[in-house]
Write a protein that binds this ligand. Sequence first.
Ligand SMILES: C[S@@+](CC[C@H](N)C(=O)[O-])C[C@H]1O[C@@H](n2cnc3c(N)ncnc32)[C@H](O)[C@@H]1O
Ligand SMILES: [Zn+2]
Length: 283
Amino acid sequence: MPHLPENLLRCPLCFGPLELSGTASSLGCALGHRFDAAKQGYFNLLTGKGTPFQPDTSPMVQARSDFLGAGHYGQLQRAVADAVQRHIAHPRIILDAGAGTGYYLAGLERRYPASSLVALDISKFALRRAAGLIDAGICLVWDVWRTLPVQDGQVDVIVNIFAPRNPEEFFRVLKPGGVLLVVTPLPGHLEEIAGEARLLEVRPDKAAGVTTALAGSFHETESVIVDYSLTLSHTDIYNVALMGPAGHHLVASELMARLTELPERTLASARFTVQVFRRSLDL
Ligand SMILES: C[S@@+](CC[C@H](N)C(=O)[O-])C[C@H]1O[C@@H](n2cnc3c(N)ncnc32)[C@H](O)[C@@H]1O
Ligand SMILES: [Zn+2]
């Protein structure tokens, strides 16, 4: 059942407060703009012409869900919750920008059962999963490049994991002193299977680019490298190939054919940077 604290969301059309109906079947504002819940429990706020960006498709989301469900990024899920916990004791509201299937929010919910969660993503297929995975939260189809449907200075923690960032909007919706956590892949991440899976190359300056893009409104308080080994089956490699940005262009049969060239099990490196930033105290 969706759950929404008061004074958190704002209507994307008139910017007035957006509240959940008594039965949680719709979100609405005082001017009568209304957004009905999909039967899986998420809300699509992207009315009109929607978004120019390409949402993750149903097969991509299935692949992500299977890969994460197999536990390969469990260590990263814990590292994310640990990093948040080192910076904030009792967050009231945690927002995931580009939440995908809600895997990392679910980890944070286990760590902070009293918090309210907001999942934003442009993929309704991803949010169908997220709505099933998190309990005390609300899942909104929304484009993070647009003005977020969230009131000013309400959010304690934003997590942003392999997804687009909107520094101005993150600054606006976070409380002064609030925490922004960003995860990016490091060079060498999954390099052992990059060719077969047609993974995009990771730029060496990716984490530094995040710091530069956030400079001024945020200061970096921590940067942790998470580096461990994975043992991947053909199915795992198929899923990891399909769940990333290259998944938009892969031909499944060609991918499968390439994977048969690999041994039954392949060792691969998982390498990430987890960066934590504090929003500056000015409003
Ligand atoms: C690589 S996936 C990561 C998902 C999730 N954070 C995870 O790690 O499991 C990127 C996600 O960002 C979403 N996305 C892409 N562009 C977006 C945008 N402009 N606004 C909101 N979400 C977006 C995609 O639909 C996808 O779910
Ligand atoms: Zn409205």
